[in-house]
Design a protein around this ligand. Structure first.
Ligand SMILES: *Cc1c(COP(=O)(O)O)cnc(C)c1O
Length: 397
């Protein structure tokens, strides 16, 4: 049976867990997505922060094709060269010590939760189980990750959640001090919150977290799933804040568009997992790892972190100028090419208006327009996005 690709068929075929745009995408090229009807859209969201190089980068396509021709899957019963090479790179970049590969962000978080609890189990304190996160965070949709994502919208109807989890108010120093104790196994942080609306953690909060870590001996887990791989102008966003995490989670762009995530741990975690403690069939898939290697090489080869810094600052200036003329803009936050624009109504209105003008932006946290463009966005394209927003704000009724 042939399917007509439209919203009606979508409702018939699928569970209703996604709110898809009424667009049927066919291919991508550079920073543009082409629809089945041939129309072309500037992509300022990169498949939710995944397509760091935009679409059709020759190096990624070649790496995938070459590896697929050799070996697509063999499982972690074996040693595979692309995994080894990517692990070496990630250890080199972070200065950490051991890697576990999984397939998605939420799986990286699950592995980090298990690693934290198993580490804490060796502390001699049987109550050291508590895993904390920050308000307004997002860590994923599986049970452990969801239990850390302390947002009623994500939790309703799904209880009971993972026990011994809890939330600290974001950037609230007093709350941090009162919540962490000797029973805390780990604190999960996004140094720049993505789904939460692009909010940066404060240096004071992180400094206190580091101090409390010395006192209570817990792990600090940096969720770099959205902010990592160069997006904020450094390889990981924690590198802007002087944080020394015990665990780093990477995903979204890591596999060059293929499903891949990584958990990278410090030397003190080296011997926590024993054989059989954790695993996944597809984790570290050689094709995904080959794509990941090509991605990381391209980030350095093309100086994409420097480019993200420059074009991010350019965009921030332009959006500030828009804010000076359009009172609908309440606040602008920018970390490299991770940009949040708080507006005074539902941000979904602007998403729809931008779509009419063939620009794809995204709404998060109700009233935040979020931009996560490919890191190789050029200034003509950035200008096109600014002109589009300017027109929408000017014509808004
Ligand atoms: C997207 C995201 C996740 C979850 O990743 P999935 O691959 O969707 O499971 C976790 N943490 C952060 C910060 C994210 O942005």
């Amino acid at each position: 049976m042939r399917s007509v690709i439209n919203s009606e068929t979508e409702q018939r075929l699928f569970f209703h867990n996604y709110k898809r745009l009424p667009l049927s995408v066919s291919r991508g090229e550079g920073r543009y997505l082409y629809m089945e009807d041939g129309s072309r859209y500037l992509d300022m969201i990169s498949g939710i922060g995944v397509n760091a190089l935009g679409y059709g980068d020759r190096r990624i396509v070649e790496a995938i094709t070459r590896q697929a021709g050799k070996l697509i899957h063999a499982s972690n019963l074996f040693m595979m060269k692309p995994q080894f090479e990517l692990a070496e790179k990630l250890i080199g970049i972070t200065g950490l010590s051991k890697v576990f590969f999984a397939n998605s962000g939420t799986e990286a978080i699950e592995a980090a939760i298990k690693l934290s609890r198993k580490w804490a189990a060796g502390s001699g304190n049987p109550a050291k189980k508590q895993v904390l996160s920050l308000s307004n965070c997002f860590h994923g949709r599986t049970y452990g990750a969801m239990s850390l994502t302390a947002k009623p919208k994500y939790l309703e109807g799904f209880d009971p959640l993972l026990p011994a989890t809890g939330s600290i108010a974001f950037n609230d120093i007093e709350d941090l001090e009162s919540k962490v104790t000797g029973d805390t196994a780990a604190v999960f942080v996004e140094c720049v919150q993505g789904e939460g609306g692009v909010h940066g953690i404060s240096k004071e909060f992180l400094a206190l977290l580091a101090e409390l870590r010395k006192k209570h001996d817990f792990l600090v887990v940096a969720d770099e799933i959205q902010a990592g791989c160069g997006r904020t102008g450094k390889f990981c966003s924690y590198m802007h804040f002087g944080l020394e995490p015990d665990i780093v989670c990477l995903a979204k762009p890591l596999g060059g568009g293929l499903p891949l995530s990584a958990v990278i741990g410090s030397p003190k975690l080296e011997n926590v997992f024993a054989a059989g403690n954790h695993g996944t069939t597809f984790g570290g898939n050689p094709v995904a790892c080959a794509a990941g290697l090509a991605l990381i090489d391209a980030i350095y080869e093309d100086a994409l972190m420097e480019r993200a810094t420059e074009s991010g600052e350019w965009l921030k200036n332009e959006i500030d100028a828009l804010a000076a003329r359009h009172p609908q803009i309440e606040d602008v936050r920018q970390y490299g090419l991770m940009i949040g624009i708080t507006v005074r109504r539902e941000a979904s209105y602007y998403v729809e208006e931008a779509l009419k003008r063939k620009v794809i932006v995204n709404a998060t946290s109700q009233n935040v327009i979020r931009l996560l463009p490919p890191l190789n966005l050029d200034l003509d394209e950035a200008q096109q996005c600014i002109d589009c927003l300017d027109e929408i704000f000017s014509q808004e009724t």
